[in-house]
Design a protein around this ligand. Structure first.
Ligand SMILES: NC(=O)c1ccc[n+]([C@@H]2O[C@H](COP(=O)([O-])OP(=O)(O)OC[C@H]3O[C@@H](n4cnc5c(N)ncnc54)[C@H](OP(=O)(O)O)[C@@H]3O)[C@@H](O)[C@H]2O)c1
Length: 367
């Protein structure tokens, strides 16, 4: 079912392009068609080696559609999983990579009222194929974002900060002074968790992997509002109680990594707490100590933003309200975009490669 939904989304953008080449056009009509450069893949591969930059013609603008000039699009771990064929939703080929990004509306169909030329918009669903210079899509596929937030903030707002926002809202009631512990704390999601929690008056304990520039990273996360930063190794050797006594034990754990790291977060929670798993960066099963379930009655849950959006897609207002709330945090200065490396579109290999390497910042393609 999920694959079907995904295919429908991709097809709304892509098959229009494919159909175009089969359609007989009136003389002169071709002059009005636009083309774009896109990162296309036609099969899954080990990492990202199947992606090529290609020229694509765009379909003509329909009454309900929008032509979007893409401005910036990040490379997220899920994009790589999709290229590899290991993500739970997969495209029909040929597929354009990229699930997230921001574009400027260039042209709208006669019946479009939700967007105007010049507006900034982001796709709300996965599978849009954002690694392209232009797209023609249904207006309903897009949500508006304000133009007065930073470009990198707009390009990266729809997935990671929204995930952080939902996970802090939907699982336990977090009163000011409560503690959240997370791993993968320097990830884009982790950075958003730190800042949104700080805005709520919630304390964060932030687990990272050890690295040569650990001190620098600790200072960076603390400047965002992190209360404590600790490495997986320190947490394993010392245990949370021996390192941090100033805070109440965490009532919510956010697990980006799985494996041993997820188990350490789980073991650090208070009785009756909840662990939400949203990523599996270690590619290893979550280690679950039996005592966490038997004696501490920890609840294990998962979260997937794509599923949340699709479950709420009948109410576009609700999707827009979430994005607007997160944009408001950006505009009020409480949420900064993740630390990013900006990459010109034609250097896309650099961005794809960095995303599969350790200790890299988020790479964002400038389109
Ligand atoms: N469920 C959802 O709805 C949802 C939504 C958004 C994101 N996610 C998931 O959340 C995770 C983070 O996404 P992001 O875009 O925020 O990531 P990101 O900014 O690209 O950062 C990647 C993070 O993963 C860590 N990492 C990489 N390889 C690792 C490994 N082998 N073991 C442990 N940690 C590793 C990195 O730590 P180092 O700096 O130490 O390398 C870094 O903290 C991904 O798994 C993504 O798919 C899920």
């Amino acid at each position: 079912m999920r694959r079907l939904l995904f295919r429908l989304t991709q097809e709304r953008v892509l098959s229009l392009w494919q159909r175009e080449s089969r359609t007989t056009l009136a003389p002169g009509a071709l002059r009005q068609l636009h083309s774009c450069s896109a990162l296309v893949y036609r099969k899954h591969g080990h990492q990202y080696d199947t992606v090529r930059m290609e020229e694509m013609s765009l379909p003509a603008l329909g009454q309900h559609s929008v032509r979007l000039r893409m401005l910036a699009a990040p490379v997220n771990p899920a994009d790589i999983n999709m290229l590899q064929g290991t993500y739970p939703i997969l495209p029909v080929f040929p597929a354009v990579g990229g699930n997230e990004g921001v574009g400027e509306v260039v042209e709208v169909g006669r019946k479009v009222t939700s967007l105007r030329p010049g507006d900034w918009a982001i796709p709300w669903d996965a599978g849009f194929g954002t690694w392209r210079t232009e797209a023609v899509c249904e207006a309903d596929d897009l949500l508006q974002v304000p133009k007065d937030i930073p470009l990198l903030g707009a390009a990266t707002i729809g997935v990671n900060p929204c995930t952080a926002y939902r996970m802090l809202q939907d699982f336990v009631t977090l009163k000011p002074g409560a503690t959240v512990i997370q791993n993968g704390s320097n990830s884009a999601v982790g950075q958003a968790v730190i800042q949104i929690a700080a805005a709520l008056g919630v304390k964060t304990i932030n687990v990272i992997r050890d690295r040569p520039n650990r001190q620098e990273l600790e200072e960076e996360l603390k400047s965002m509002g992190a209360d404590f930063v600790i490495t997986e190794e320190e947490l394993q050797c010392l245990g949370l109680d021996n390192v941090i006594q100033e805070l109440p034990k965490p009532i919510l754990g956010l697990n980006c990594v799985g494996g041993r790291s997820g188990g350490l977060v789980l073991s650090s929670l208070c009785d009756g707490a909840t662990l939400v798993t949203y990523g599996g960066m270690a590619k290893k099963p979550l280690q679950i100590p039996a005592k966490s379930l038997i004696f501490k009655n920890i609840t294990l849950q998962g979260f997937w933003m794509t599923q949340w959006k699709r479950s709420n897609s009948k109410d576009v207002m609700q999707l827009q309200a979430m994005v607007t709330s997160v944009c408001d945090l950006v505009m009020s200065g409480q949420l900064q975009p993740p630390h990013c490396v900006q990459v010109p579109f034609h250097h896309y290999s650099q961005a794809l490669q960095a995303t599969v390497q350790a200790h890299q910042r988020k790479h964002v393609l400038l389109l």
